[in-house]
Structures are given as structure tokens and as C-alpha cells.
Design a protein around this ligand. Structure first.
Ligand code: ATP
Ligand code: MG
Length: 400
């Protein structure tokens, strides 16, 4: 079956008036962006609460996959459109019935199914009303293919016939990703490690229409080039949804060694994490981000007890820290990781800086006051080291 259009659905709750206009424009922009990377000729139109994509010479699977990365879309309906004739007239009933039957025949080779015809007549000049049209078309489908059965309450196939500028036929609704369209100008800084959790956290916040910038703390030569490449690949996964991601690679080695040298080893992870947060906040401020994002989840590891979270949170002064997976079980995070195709990258066995410097018995109930006190051991050189780390920031533009 060759469809030559897609009708795209989005949830309209809360998008009224001016908001709706912005919402739709942001959606159209993202749709055009993802389709520009797919082979084919596409024309995206928004008319009367609908986004309509005319599609020619295209690959169906590739197009659907691209549209499924557009946050804000709730449904992707492959459609067949019947144009008006040269005089601007809608198709006659006979022509419409013939096309409807052909549609049902092509889309459903197996006709042992129940159906209902749902007509929506936006152009009221059409000589038959919706009820009548639905009834007649249903009758004609049954005449042509007696194996089909009508079920008006719970049909397996709900055939939509929309009488608009054109007549649109569609029956399948492929789920979209939901969420809110990107492009409102809001941005947050993701602390992106090579693990499973942080890419999922970034995806979840992006899904609320937030653009993502990311930072990775790298510890060469203790961590390998492949560990860095893994993070770049994960940034690419996020960028599939957001268009592009600016990725900061911060050389964290000297800071880590200095902490290792001056602070109790069982507090190493917490103190390191505090410096990551401080540097991420500084980068975020510089580039106009309105929050930080981490993949922390209560109780998952020693550095994520509530006491530890309090300690890492303690250093962030000017913006919220978003932790979208905070209450998720690992399996729930893995499920999303699989869905967004990050999982296979995340489980590659290249260790990040935390795994290497981690103490055998890290504190699980750190006290903020104690940690602050021990950080004073770093007073002599830490500001300079942080400054150097920020000054040598390597910035990569990652395309999706
Ligand atoms: P992840 O699966 O995201 O690596 P994790 O369960 O391994 O998380 P931790 O290692 O405790 O958890 O890290 C908690 C969070 O701190 C991460 O989700 C990430 O947001 C941030 N983080 C940790 N290490 C780094 C790093 N090297 N670079 C950037 N962010 C990091
Ligand atoms: Mg990790």
C-alpha cells in the first residue's frame, strides 16, 4: 500500500489561543527538520488543527521512524488523499466509494475483521451528511467484501473519512513520542556519563520541549578514548530528538588527582560529584541554561542515597537540578534506554572516571558539614584547577 500523506496528531490540551499557534509552529519546524534528513519529497502544512504531510517518492519505515522522534506528536496516521477536481469540486459519492473500497482492499488483505466508518465533514457543502455518508460507505464496503463485518462499538478497523480541502482516508494510528515540541528557547545542561541513566534523563527532559546541552567529565589517561567516544555516541542518541547537542568535554583528571591527594578516600566520589555539579552549573550559566539534569535515582548506588544527593545538591546555587529518573527502578530506566536505542551503547564496557577512582567503601551517609570541612583541604589549588578545566573545555557540536 503506498500512502501519499500523513496526518499528524498532537494532544491539544492546554494549547489554546496564542500557545496553540506557537505549539504548532514549533512542531512544523521540527517535522521539517527530521524530514529533511529522509529521502523523499515532503510538504508540511498546518490547517485547522491538523498537520498534514504530503509525501512522495519516500521510504515509509524511514519516514515513520523520523516522525517518531518529533516530541509533541501523539499519532502518525498514514493517509490517502483524494484531491478536488479541476473545478474545485469534491469527488462524487461514486468516486469516493470506489476509492474507499480500494483503500480497504489494499490496507487489509485479510478481511476477516470488524470495521466502522467514521466520517468527519468539515466542508459542509458536501451533499450528504456525515451519518448518511458513513452508512452508505459502510454498505458499499460490505457489498464489495462480504468477509468484513460492521462493529460500531469496538471495531478492529476505524476508517476515518475526512471531507476537507481534500478527502482524507486513514485507519492506522502509529503512536508518536508524545511530550512537547522543542523550540521554545528553554535549555538545560545534562551531566552525561557513559552509563544507562543519564541519556535517559536527558531524553526525558528534552521530551518536555527543553533543548539539551551536555557535559562529560573525562579523565585521560585513566579513561580511554573509547569511553569518550561512547559518550559522543550517546549524545548522538539524544540529538536524534533535539536536532543537535553541544557537548562539553571537561578534562577532570587534575581535579580528581588533587581530591584523591587531599581528601578522605571514602568521600572521593561525593566530592568529585560536587565539583562536577559546580563546573556544570558554571557552564550552564555561561550558555543560558535554566537547569541541570542528572541521571540520579534514589538508592541506586552509594553516591545516590538521600544523604549523598543532599551533598551533591548542596553546591548548586542558582538553578534547579532536574532528576527525572529519581524514583525509577533500574528496569524502568532500561526500558526507556532500549526504546531510544541508547542501551547497546551504554552497556559497552569502557569505564568512566568515577569507576576508576571509586573507593572500596565509599561513605553512604555523608554529612554536608563534614564534606564542606574536608573540601577546605583543597583551598590552595582548586580554584585554579577548576579555572583551567573550564578554560580547556573541548566543545563538540553533535548532530542527530
Ligand atoms: P549513569 O548511568 O548516568 O552513569 P550512574 O547510575 O552510573 O548514572 P553515578 O555514576 O552515581 O550514577 O552518576 C550519577 C549522575 O552523575 C549520572 O547520571 C550523571 O548525570 C552524572 N555523572 C556521573 N559521572 C559523570 C561524568 N563522568 N560526566 C558527566 N556526568 C557524570
Ligand atoms: Mg555512571
Amino acid at each position: 500500500m503506498q500512502y501519499h500523506a500523513f496526518i499528524l496528531k498532537y494532544a491539544e490540551i492546554g494549547v489554546k489561543g496564542k500557545n496553540r499557534y506557537m505549539f504548532e509552529n514549533a512542531l512544523v519546524k521540527q517535522i521539517n527538520r527530521v524530514l529533511s534528513k529522509v529521502q523523499g519529497e515532503f510538504k508540511v502544512d498546518k490547517t485547522a488543527g491538523r498537520i498534514y504531510v504530503d509525501a512522495r517518492n519516500y521510504d515509509f519505515d524511514e519516514t515513520v521512524e523520523a516522525l517518531q522522534t518529533v516530541f509533541g506528536l501523539t499519532g502518525i496516521c498514514p493517509a490517502v488523499s483524494i484531491e478536488r477536481d479541476g473545478d474545485g469540486k469534491l469527488p462524487t459519492y461514486e468516486k469516493l466509494a470506489e476509492r474507499v473500497c480500494r483503500f480497504m482492499d489494499n490496507v487489509y488483505p485479510d478481511k476477516n475483521k470488524t470495521f466502522k466508518v467514521q466520517v468527519r465533514r468539515v466542508d459542509k457543502t458536501y451533499p450528504m451528511d456525515s451519518m448518511e455518508l458513513g452508512r452508505e460507505l459502510g454498505g458499499d464496503i460490505l457489498k464489495a467484501f462480504p468477509e468484513f463485518k460492521v462493529d460500531v462499538h469496538n471495531p478492529e478497523i476505524l476508517l476515518h473519512v475526512e471531507i476537507r480541502e481534500k478527502v482524507n482516508l486513514y485507519s492506522e494510528v502509529i503512536p508518536g513520542p508524545g511530550g512537547m515540541p522543542l523550540g521554545t528557547g528553554n535549555k538545560a545542561m545534562l551531566l552525561l556519563s557513559g552509563g544507562i541513566d543519564s541519556p535517559v534523563a536527558g531524553y526525558m527532559i528534552a521530551k518536555r520541549g527543553v533543548d539539551i546541552e551536555a557535559v562529560y567529565f573525562n579523565a585521560p589517561p585513566y579513561t580511554s578514548e573509547r569511553a569518550k567516544q561512547k559518550v559522543i555516541d550517546l549524545a548522538k542518541v539524544v540529538a536524534r530528538y533535539t536536532g543537535k547537542v553541544k557537548l562539553h568535554i571537561i578534562n577532570f583528571t587534575d581535579i580528581q588527582l588533587y581530591i584523591y591527594d587531599k581528601c578522605p578516600h571514602d568521600e572521593l566520589t561525593i566530592i568529585m560529584r560536587r565539583y562536577m555539579m559546580r563546573i556544570a552549573e558554571e557552564l550552564a550559566k555561561r550558555s543560558g541554561c535554566m537547569g541541570l539534569i542528572t541521571g540520579e535515582s534514589i538508592g541506586q548506588v552509594a553516591s545516590q542515597t538521600m544523604q549523598s544527593l543532599q551533598c551533591t545538591n548542596d553546591v548548586v546555587e542558582t538553578m534547579p537540578v532536574y532528576r527525572p529518573v529519581i524514583a525509577f527502578d533500574k528496569q524502568d530506566i532500561v526500558d526507556i534506554s532500549l526504546k531510544i536505542k541508547a542501551y547497546d551503547i551504554s552497556i559497552q564496557p569502557y569505564e568512566d572516571c568515577c569507576t576508576i577512582f571509586v573507593a572500596k567503601h565509599p561513605v553512604t551517609k555523608p554529612k554536608v558539614e563534614v564534606i564542606r570541612k574536608h573540601e577546605e583541604n583543597l583551598n590552595e589549588k582548586i580554584d585554579e584547577l577548576v579555572k583551567t578545566a573550564l578554560d580547556t573545555d573541548e566543545i563538540l557540536e553533535i548532530e542527530g
